[in-house]
Design a protein around this ligand. Structure first.
Ligand SMILES: [Zn+2]
Ligand SMILES: [Zn+2]
Length: 591
């Protein structure tokens, strides 16, 4: 999604206006939910895009034809949702999609009634009412990187979407309200595809207007669609997972463990192939968790009368066999690195044996195992609830799965909040490597700081000479940090002059302009570029001050920048220091 934003806004895509693809996806936040019928950490996403090409009238019939005619899914099991509109922003209800859906269902002999639900929390009260098409509000049927319309920053694209659900026919769980509906959490309905109609953008004054082009972004989970094809809502019945489930020992009563192993082994194989190594941080930690949980669950499936305090003797062989099956199953589609996968697995397995033994020793030291102790054992040693409960015996008699899961959920929410802080909920709205912003306010700040950085760069060269060359740069909403080559500490006087020179450019309120051209030609203009960065054949040159020739500042750059330097505000250098021999660093803020 992220890399396509500029093309949705109108820039021509090198592959044209109709694009299809299949992507590997990994979702870490679902890891503790794996074990039921519809959660996996790894899945493949099928997508098609229209960049200002086809729209609703083509997209919906095509996706319906694909599911019903190509894949043979029973249309009576399909239910769809559409956007209920948002008066506040003058965005109409998506009756256009409703008409198309009605006609498509009619074509297969189904009278499709549209029912208004609006707020999904009211769904349990409203129920299905014989409907086939359901209107939901922007929490369910609106898509943008920032979420619903009110959360979107200015100039962000977004639009209504239309989801397709597969009805597995399982009974509704009244825990979620008196009635079932497509977005009910009970698991009866499984979303198998979503067509996003990206046709709006938010203006600077918070209104919504149409984009110059209307786009479509469709995404559908391959395994979920596969499950619908098999006629039930069990993702693990799909070939790529079933071949793993079938290769594991143990009975149907141990299905939860089997699903965990199948998902984790497959996800780990892909992560390892993509270069991830087990560690205690970020991606590495996720991989470690996948491998360790696979080991414990494989060990549990195999444990016989042998020593209960250690891992089973056979798990290494079992899991190695499973990794082999994953590689074979995907051969021809994805080239998984069998050698590296097995080497990483063996290394981690070796390390984990000690941790597991230590964990079991620690467990043995406790007099009673309550929920806090259990959670500690889980976090520090990777011992799951089942192991703690089983080996804790009498000591863990009072420990319940419910309490443990509650504790886990509280922890999960905390770490999710942490991740949101780090990544900004739906992801950063801007991340160029150099600039990062998570919302509109931060975007505005880093944009001002970015143009200020260009001015400082030009000012440094004006005052200190051409030996000043960029050595790095990092911009947060609080400050800009710019590294450059220079052999000695700057005097106070020099810092002051650099600051004044940059601020003079601010006071002149110069227009910031951009021209795109071949790299060779851009180099000849004398525009500055960062020798460590990789540039394509065509580059953008941002310059301030009248013409490119006489510009005060000109640099190869991807933007974004303020329109006029006057919008920056006053630039203040807060620090000058050394970072390495011959490399200086300045920090500056804008006020
Ligand atoms: Zn339900
Ligand atoms: Zn720049």
């Amino acid at each position: 999604m992220q890399p396509l934003i500029r093309y949705l806004l109108g820039e021509p895509h090198p592959s044209g206006t109709r694009i299809v693809d299949s992507q590997k996806c990994f979702r870490s936040e679902d890891i503790d939910e794996v074990g039921d019928n519809r959660h996996t950490t790894f899945f493949e996403m099928l997508g098609n895009w229209s960049l200002g090409d086809y729209f609703k009238a083509e997209q919906l019939p095509w996706v319906f034809e694909f599911l019903v005619e190509e894949l043979g899914i029973d249309p009576a099991r399909l239910y769809v949702t559409v956007f209920s509109g948002e008066e506040k922003y003058n965005i109409p209800r998506d009756d256009e999609s409703v008409e198309i859906w009605r006609r498509l269902f009619k074509g297969v002999g189904i009278e499709a009634k549209a029912v208004h639900i609006g707020d999904p929390d009211r769904g349990g009260e409203v129920g299905m009412r014989g409907g086939r098409i359901f209107y939901y509000n922007s929490t369910k049927n609106w898509w943008s990187r920032a979420g619903p319309p009110e959360k979107m920053p200015a100039r962000e694209p977004g639009g209504p979407d239309s989801e397709i659900f597969y009805d597995s026919g399982t009974p509704h769980d009244p825990k979620h309200g008196p009635h079932c509906h497509p977005n009910c959490e009970c698991g009866r309905f499984m979303e198998i595809g979503n067509s996003v109609f990206m046709e709006y953008t938010k203006t600077d004054d918070g209104r919504f207007e149409r984009l110059p082009q209307r786009n479509v972004d469709f995404g559908g989970g391959l395994e979920r669609i596969g499950a619908a094809v098999t006629g039930n809502a069990d993702m693990f019945a799909v070939d790529t997972l079933k071949c793993l489930i079938d290769a594991l020992p143990g009975g149907v009563g141990e299905m939860r463990s089997k699903r965990i192993i199948a998902d984790h082994v497959r996800a780990a194989a892909f992560l390892i192939t993509d270069g991830v190594e087990p560690s205690n941080k970020d991606r590495g930690y996720m991989l470690r968790k996948l491998l360790r949980r696979s080991i414990i669950h494989a060990s549990m499936l195999e444990r016989g009368e042998e020593d209960a305090n250690s891992l089973s003797a056979g798990y290494v062989e079992t899991l190695e066999r499973l990794f082999g099956i994953v590689c074979d199953e995907y051969a021809g589609t994805y080239a998984l690195d069998r050698g590296r996968i097995l080497a990483v697995f063996r290394g981690e397995s070796q390390k984990f044996r000690n941790t597991f033994t230590n964990g079991m020793r620690r467990l043995a030291q406790y007099e009673t195992v309550d929920v806090d102790t259990a959670f500690k054992l889980y976090e520090s040693f990777g011992l799951p609830y089942e192991v703690i409960k089983e080996f804790g015996g009498e000591k863990a008699a009072a420990l319940t799965r419910e309490a443990f899961e509650e504790r886990l959920e509280a922890h999960r929410q905390r770490s999710r909040a942490g991740a949101e802080k780090k990544f900004g909920g739906h992801g950063l709205i801007l991340d160029t490597g150099e600039l990062k912003a998570k919302d509109e306010a931060e975007m505005e700040k880093v944009t001002r700081l970015h143009t200020a950085t260009h001015l400082l760069h030009a000012a440094l060269r004006e005052i200190l000479g051409d030996e000043v060359k960029q050595a790095g740069s990092d911009i947060t909403p609080e400050r800009t940090r710019f590294d450059f080559s220079y052999p000695r500490k700057l005097t106070e006087e020099e810092v002051k002059r650099v600051e004044e020179t940059a601020n003079r450019a601010v006071q002149r309120d110069l227009r910031v302009e951009c021209r795109e051209m071949p790299r060779g030609e851009a180099e000849k203009t004398g525009a500055l570029f960062f020798f460590k960065a990789k540039y394509g054949d065509r580059v953008k040159v941002y310059y301030t001050g009248g013409s490119l020739e006489g510009a005060f500042s000109k640099e190869f750059c991807g933007g974004p920048h303020v329109e006029r330097t006057g919008l920056i505000g006053r630039i203040r250098i807060t620090k000058e220091e050394a970072v390495a021999a011959g490399v200086r660093r300045i920090r500056a803020v804008v006020e």
